[in-house]
Every structure is written in structure tokens, then in C-alpha cells.
Write a protein that binds this ligand. Structure first.
Ligand SMILES: Nc1ncnc2c1ncn2[C@@H]1O[C@H](COP(=O)(O)OP(=O)(O)OP(=O)(O)O)[C@@H](O)[C@H]1O
Length: 345
């Protein structure tokens, strides 16, 4: 396995000059500036192998964009060691540009007034791609991203989803081995999101392209990224799978049991059924006719034991389980600072 991104103790501190108010304040700000430091990225270490698909998530201001900008050579780290594709992003920025592609969901690298095809032709010269290679590549991308229906349309007239497919094509024309995507599905409808995700998966399987994406959409992570990095306050707080984080912080699971319709359960005043001798850690949340909704902790009781307990006492017709939504788990992690607390211990 080849390591494509290697960062050790990466640090980025911005120095911001605070402006004082009023005329005299303005003069004082020039003579005696008040400087404040923002530690956007702190002691970040990570290693990404060729062919991986990694999601970078974190709340607003966590340090995601700053990290990506350092990895692409746009920003110089304040401290730490960084190698991308065997290169130093700052000292070898031009060589690195030929090996990576970048897509920003909120910005475009296409020429607004030109038909998409013209932008895709122009980029050949910017990236200095030989003509034959460019032609073959463009043909492949037209097919993979379904560009033909709008390739002759000026970029300003494209829908957001079409423009995003155009931007992806633009970033892939020089066949980068590593693609950074910043919010690739932002603002897209469900169908357009699905198309982008399909294209990214195809890119990874067919070309073996390594993907590193930042997103606030947990569906992007669930469909695309076996590995997820969570950063907050500039620190890496988690590096692992979505499943594992759900197991650690997912809290209660839900069991929906449908009993034989004839069975009657005695209820309390709020009409929530009372199940005598309910095992510890299990709670009745609600009921609707023969359907019971129970919550139970994943540590306190294995799911099959709860089904066996119910089945021994009530005529069961059907059972289904619901895991907490990853979206909710991540929201709790941010709001309650769960990983930050762990790191501080
Ligand atoms: N050029 C800059 N000058 C000063 N401070 C900056 C600069 N760029 C980012 N910051 C600060 O660094 C911190 C991290 O910002 P960054 O843009 O990396 O966060 P992010 O995780 O990408 O956020 P979002 O999800 O909102 O895009 C923030 O406090 C931000 O205000």
C-alpha cells in the first residue's frame, strides 16, 4: 500500500489584527496594532493510503478548509511535517498540482460565459495535457458524468447539479490520483446528489482515485466514505468508521414489535402499555394498537435477548429495529462536545 498523504503535528495559526473603532482608535491600530491568534489547526497527524475514500467532517469553523488548503499547498503550515504524493505541497506546489484535483461545491473553475465544452478544452492547455490523452479522457468523462445533454450550454445557464458534473470533469481531465472535494453535494436535490455520489464511487473503483472530501451531509459519508475523520477546534478527534461511532455514541436503539392484533395490554393513564418485569434498561416509548415501541441500550441488552423476552410473554407477529440516525449522533457529538471531553481526559 502506498501512503498518499502523510501529516505529522500539522499546525496553522492565523494572526488577526483587531481594528479599534473611531478615528483615534484607527490611528492607534496602525501604530500599536492589537493582534490576536487563531489556532485553526492544532497538532494534526494523519495518514491516507492510495485508493482510500475519506470524509472530513466537523462543525463550522472546525478547521476543515484550512486543512485542505494546507494539503493542496494553498496555505503554508505554521509547523509540522506534510507530504502529499511524496511531495512537499509548498515547495513543490506546481508538481503537486499535476497530481491532484480540487472541486469546491460553492465555487467553479469553469468559465461562466463559455459553453462547458470550451472550458474543458481550455483546461487542457492550463494542465498541459497531451491532445490524445485529453481526447480519450474527455470521452470517458462525458460518458461517466453524462455530460452530452448540456456540454454545449454556457456554464451560467447550467443547473447546479449539471455545473457540479462539469466541475468534476474539469478537475479530472488531467487524471489526478488524488481528488479533494469541498462540499461536493451542497445545494443539490436528491437526484443530483445521487448522481454525483455514483460518479465518485465509479471514479474510485474504475480509476482507483483517492478521495478526500469535506461535507456537512452525513449521507455523503455513509454512501462514499468507509473512513471518517472528525475534527473540531482544529484537532482530530476521531478516525474510524461510521458504524463504530454510532456504536460508541449512538445511545439507545429502538425495537418496534407488532403483537397479535387480539392481544390486549394493560395501559397507564397516558395509554402507554405497562409490561410487568421489563428488563433493566428497556423502556416502553409508545404504542399504537398492537404495535409497541421500546428503547434499549446497546450495552445493557443484546437485541435477540429482548426479542426472546418479549416472545416468551406476548404473541409476536413482527419485529423491526431502528438504529439512531448518524446525523443525530454527530449532532450530539458536536453539541455536547463528547469527543472533545474524551480528548481532555
Ligand atoms: N484566512 C484566515 N484568516 C484568519 N482566520 C481564518 C482564516 N481562515 C480561517 N480562519 C479561522 O480558522 C478557523 C477554522 O476555519 P476553517 O475555514 O478551516 O473551518 P471549516 O471547518 O472549514 O468551517 P466551515 O464548515 O464553516 O467551512 C476559524 O476560526 C476561522 O475563522
Amino acid at each position: 500500500m502506498t501512503v498518499l498523504i502523510e501529516a505529522k503535528g500539522l499546525q496553522k495559526t492565523f494572526r488577526i489584527t483587531k481594528r479599534r473603532t473611531g478615528f483615534l482608535g484607527g490611528v492607534r491600530s496602525i501604530v500599536d496594532p492589537e493582534v490576536r491568534s487563531v489556532e485553526a489547526v492544532r497538532d494534526l497527524s494523519l495518514s491516507i493510503q492510495q485508493g482510500e475514500m475519506v470524509g472530513l467532517i466537523g462543525p463550522n469553523g472546525a478547521g476543515k478548509s484550512t486543512t485542505i488548503k494546507m494539503l493542496t499547498g494553498i496555505l503554508k503550515p505554521t509547523a509540522g511535517h506534510l507530504q502529499v504524493a511524496g511531495l512537499n505541497p509548498i515547495q513543490q506546489r506546481r508538481s503537486l498540482a499535476a497530481r491532484i484535483g480540487v472541486v469546491f461545491g460553492q465555487r467553479t473553475q469553469l468559465w461562466w460565459d463559455l459553453p462547458l465544452i470550451d472550458s474543458l478544452q481550455l483546461l487542457r492547455h492550463l494542465y498541459r495535457v497531451p491532445e490524445i490523452r485529453h481526447r480519450e479522457n474527455l470521452a470517458q468523462l462525458r460518458k461517466m458524468l453524462d455530460l452530452d445533454e448540456f456540454i454545449d450550454t454556457p456554464v451560467r445557464q447550467l443547473s447546479l447539479g449539471q455545473r457540479m458534473r462539469g466541475d468534476l470533469a474539469a478537475a479530472l481531465l488531467h487524471e489526478p490520483e488524488l481528488l479533494y472535494l469541498d462540499e461536493p453535494t451542497i445545494g443539490l436535490d436528491v437526484i443530483a446528489k445521487a448522481r454525483i455520489r455514483e460518479a465518485l464511487l465509479a471514479l474510485n473503483t474504475k480509476r482507483g482515485t483517492t478521495l478526500l472530501l469535506t461535507t456537512h451531509d452525513m449521507d455523503d459519508i455513509e454512501t462514499l466514505c468507509p473512513r471518517m475523520l472528525i475534527i473540531d477546534h482544529g484537532q482530530k478527534l476521531y478516525d474510524g468508521t461510521v458504524t463504530a461511532i454510532r456504536e460508541r455514541f449512538g445511545g439507545e436503539r429502538t425495537l418496534i414489535a407488532t403483537l397479535d392484533s387480539a392481544s390486549q395490554l394493560p395501559g397507564n393513564q397516558q395509554n402507554v402499555p405497562i409490561l410487568p418485569d421489563l428488563p433493566a434498561g428497556v423502556q416502553v416509548l409508545s404504542s399504537d394498537g398492537p404495535t409497541l415501541v421500546l428503547s434499549f441500550g446497546r450495552e445493557t441488552m443484546p437485541a435477540h435477548e429482548l426479542v426472546a423476552w418479549l416472545g416468551a410473554r406476548y404473541p409476536l407477529r413482527d419485529v423491526t429495529f431502528q438504529e439512531p440516525e448518524v446525523e443525530d449522533v454527530i449532532r450530539r457529538i458536536y453539541e455536547e462536545g463528547l469527543l472533545l471531553k474524551e480528548k481532555a481526559l
